[in-house]
Design a protein around this ligand. Sequence first.
Ligand code: GLC
Ligand code: MG
Length: 529
Amino acid sequence: MTSSAEWWQRGVIYQIYPRSFQDSDGDGIGDLQGTIARLDYLAWLGVDAIWLSPVYPSPMADFGYDISDYTSIDPVFGTLSDFDRLVAEAHRRGLNVIMDLVPNHTSDRHPWFLESRTARGSAKRDWYVWRDPGPEGGPPNNWLSEFGGSAWEHDPASGQYYYHAFLKEQPDLNWRNPEVHAAMRQVLGFWFARGVDGFRIDVVHQLVEDATFRDNPPNPDFQPGEPPSHALLRVHTIDQPEVHDIIAEWRRVADRFGGRVLIGEIHLPINRLVAYYGVELGGIHLPFNFNLIGTRWSAETLRNLVSSYEAALPPGAWPNWVLGSHDFPRIASRIGNRAARLAAVLLLTLRGTPTMYYGDELGMSDVAIPPQSVRDPFERNVPGQGMGRDPARTPMPWSDETSGGFTKGMPWLPLGDYRHCNVKLQAQDPDSILWLYRRLIALRRTEPALSLGSYEPLGLDPECLAYARRYDGRRIAVVLNFSEEPRRVALPDDARHGHVLLSSREGSPPDSGRIVTVQPAEAQVLALE
Ligand code: GLC
Ligand code: MG
């Protein structure tokens, strides 16, 4: 890989959950004008691209993941011209813009579905997945919704059921219908032509279901506390082979425009995930690698994770790592504030495009949501079992003003401790995690070894995760101490000296040398000379 690398290979992606980033009109909900007002912050932080969770018109049953018009903007976020301005203002600052595409399902208020449900014979009937009742008059089969209950909703008017992998307000499109393909290709073209640099595609692995609608088998390893839908193995509802043809189609559209990126939200084990790069890499550019989120936080498990991921990548496939999203507890709450600094170093020094979630650069924690403030439909459907995603979606704290400067109105979700955790405070403190992120992103930019270099595991110390990144004669070592003890680590034999480029610890930088001391929960980035 040379200087011909694409922007999405070199760059850092920053996920914005627009409802929670910055409100501009006092309705308590973040919007596009607000996001535009914060672009300077993102440029200061140094990221290369923003991915916006959906901003299309939506009844908001799943907060934008239920789209009722794919080629417009919901008034709560602004207008199409606000969006055009956002793209222009982002590009002016060297930031690319990635939209969220939700092709698996629409809103039940989308005109396509409204027409589909009018009658069995309607022109759009077959755009969705309609079935007659099962032999007992109940649902056609045992498929379960991700958000609890049956995945089939009865439609009294026609006597049939429609399939919804998520909420009943999110009917699945029928991806076996070529008209659906054509409609979605037009959506891609519409936004690419407006200057959008890529799409993060929602649950790509769920687009197609079994053609004969066989029951899913029970999951013998199902544990209480898992989402109820995991009681079945989803062998007939996810990861069907036909999905790759659909992706290849989208890829051809993206390639026609050039310089665009397709990112896939795919929750699958590594061996199945990597198939989404496609035949001859003609599929998704970046099938999201969520494994940092589920893996136990230890040197050993992470070492094994990175090795197995690196080993599974098809030749030429570009890796990527995700540390957080709007669907999971925040990293600082998963592993603690101290370890979150280590995680920042890991994310930004591993080989592959890093995706960070807004607020994680502040070490934001999950916010406890009192029952009366719950907004997430998953929590409402499956209450009290920790399924809710609101805690990780709370507004960004910008300052210690009321509501953290997020809104002048009533924030749609409560804020956390914004008086002690906010952008303004941390921007003044060079020891803050915000500055650590900023330094890491800057280092990644000035050291191509960190963005484009090879990955070599270094077996320096069992308590430490250590690896080298090498590019064009430059070698950089990263040593992360997961233990509670300081570790004295000898650098590889062929290195005369390790020069510390960055440490995750507060205070003055550690000494450089052949043997380095790495403090508990410290990560060091060293140039090997
Ligand atoms: C994806 C989104 C999630 C949404 C679901 C249904 O997993 O990330 O937020 O609820 O798809 O669209
Ligand atoms: Mg607003």
